[in-house]
Design a protein around this ligand. Structure first.
Ligand code: NAD
Length: 477
């Protein structure tokens, strides 16, 4: 894979035109720790420009029929498919995931657009008689700010763009400053596809996220990121009562019943925890294993952790890349140090050797730490997994639920009915049996408790980008 980006220029997209930042910031390849490109740093005035471009484009876009907007989504999907190679190359370089995983991520955007293009906005006739006609429909909110994290730079945009645009909104997309490049190219690719101002892409460091959140010209914030930032977004939105959808952090438990076939299930659990180097909101973050299978499962997982190929995703054989940025690397190291200092046993992995280039952490398994350990209570969002022993299923459920998070959860068993009865007791937005992370454009997902407010995808996710409006005609005078 070539890593030279010198032939590429990265500009924001505002009002259908390229826009340079008034300054620029460095983008780092996490596999090497070296700077690979400069991205535009959006100023406050340029944010005003982007919001006003979106505002100007709004009425014409909202007036188009849903069928017209569906067709635009399909053309967007074709344009993205024509640039998969470039987009996934950028995702790999700036985010650090293997190329095959980046390919799937980019393909997911066009898939999500095509599936969203099949959706309709429902209308409910409340009354239709001699006296009165009353209908409730769903109208667009206006200018949507889409704020996304770095773990899936394109994937996270795909949950927002199709539904926001189909519903008739215009969008200002602000990706993470750690991974701006693929989104900037996406804006460029779509410049000729969408009417000017319908999709604006801005990037920046420092206060840009909070400026967007508090901007009086933004009508709706669709935010994906940490719970901590989510609280700030909610506070920032309060002044203008800006509508919000918050997709936040998770600390997903998996409960494994004693009847599983350990050798079959171990690789599934391993990848459910460590795919994308553990940086998935819906990855398994706490693994509750029944005491009868604990030792055997731990041994299988440790063997997988030791043999999986970790390295620079520029190499084709690599299965797990680095932690995606220095800030997250420090967070993961801090949790590992805390575990070490508390005397936990590492069954595989552990703290990396100091001085090696890139932000690499080997897949790490921690042997039955106490329930109140930081590595159990906090979202690690990296390649570290605590294995937790239980004997009583009610106790496992209580421990799994004893978290401020409630994003996803899973139960694993040879007996799907038994697993389902446990699944029903778990406090999470989505609970899977014998898998995790399966998402579908027509199925809503979101977090309970401090994992979020509102949902993405499905009809419910589409309606998050609308407001209900009831029209009533009195027929009798
Ligand atoms: P983050 O909260 O640090 O940043 C997310 C986005 O918010 C970035 O674009 C960032 O620039 C922006 N931002 C920062 N400060 C802001 C502010 N004050 N106002 C508005 N925007 C601001 O999160 P991250 O480190 O990029 O991502 C990791 C987190 O995201 C994890 O907690 C993970 O669980 C969560 N996540 C959740 C989901 C989900 O669907 N629930 C999906 C992926 C990631």
């Amino acid at each position: 894979m070539h890593t030279d980006l010198s032939g590429l220029k990265f500009t924001m997209t505002v009002g259908g035109l390229p826009l340079d930042g008034q300054s620029a910031f460095d983008v780092v390849n996490p596999a090497t720790g070296t700077v690979i490109a400069a991205a535009p740093d959006c100023s406050r005035e340029q944010l005003d420009q982007a919001v006003s471009a979106a505002r100007q484009a709004f009425s014409a876009w909202a007036r188009r029929s849903v069928a017209e907007r569906q067709r635009f989504l399909l053309v967007m999907a074709d344009a993205i498919d024509a640039h998969t190679d470039l987009l996934s190359h950028l995702v790999t370089l700036e985010q650090g995931k293997p190329r095959a995983v980046a390919d799937t991520e980019v393909a997911g955007l066009s898939y999500w657009l095509r599936e969203t293009a099949r959706m309709e906005l429902p209308e409910t006739v409340n009354q239709d008689d001699a006296e009165r006609y009353s209908v409730t429909r769903h109208v667009p909110v206006g200018v949507v700010a889409a704020i996304t994290p770095w773990n899936y730079p394109i994937g996270q945009a795909s949950f927002k763009l199709g539904p926001a645009l189909l519903a008739g909104n215009t969008v200002v997309l602000k990706p993470s400053a750690f991974t701006p490049l693929a989104n900037l190219k996406l804006g460029e690719i779509l410049r000729d596809v969408l009417p000017a101002g319908v999709l604006n892409v801005i990037t920046g460091t420092g206060g840009l996220g909070s400026w967007v959140t508090a901007h009086s010209g933004v009508d709706k914030i669709s935010f994906t990121g940490s719970t901590q930032t989510g609280r700030r977004v909610m506070a920032g939105a309060a002044d203008s009562l800006t509508r919000i959808t918050l997709e936040l952090g998770g600390n997903d438990p998996a409960i494994v019943l004693p009847d599983v076939d350990v050798r079959t299930v171990a690789p599934q659990l391993f990848w459910a925890a460590f795919a994308n180097t553990g940086q998935i909101c819906l990855a398994i973050k706490r693994l509750y294993l029944h005491a009868d299978i604990y030792d055997e499962m731990a041994a299988e997982l440790a063997e997988l952790a030791r043999t999986v190929v970790v390295g620079d995703p520029a190499r084709e054989d690599v299965q797990l890349g680095p932690v995606s940025n220095l800030r997250q690397y420090e967070t993961v190291l801090e949790l590992l140090r805390d575990s070490r200092d508390d005397g936990h046993t590492f069954l595989a992995g552990g703290l990396p050797t100091a001085g090696t280039p890139g932000y690499f952490v080997a897949p790490t398994l921690i042997d039955n730490p106490p329930e109140d350990a930081r590595i159990v209570r906090e979202e690690q969002f990296g390649p570290v997994l605590p294995l937790l022993k239980y004997t009583d299923i009610d106790d496992a459920v209580a421990r799994a639920n004893a978290s401020e998070y409630g994003l996803g959860a899973s139960v694993w068993s040879a007996d799907a009915d038994a697993a389902f009865r446990v699944a029903e007791q778990l406090q999470a937005g989505t609970v899977w049996v014998n898998e995790v992370m399966h998402l579908h454009p027509q199925v809503p997902f979101g977090g309970r408790k401090q994992s979020g407010i509102g949902v993405e995808s499905g009809l419910a996710g589409l309606l998050e980008f609308t407001e209900p409006q009831t029209l009533i005609i009195k027929r009798t005078v």
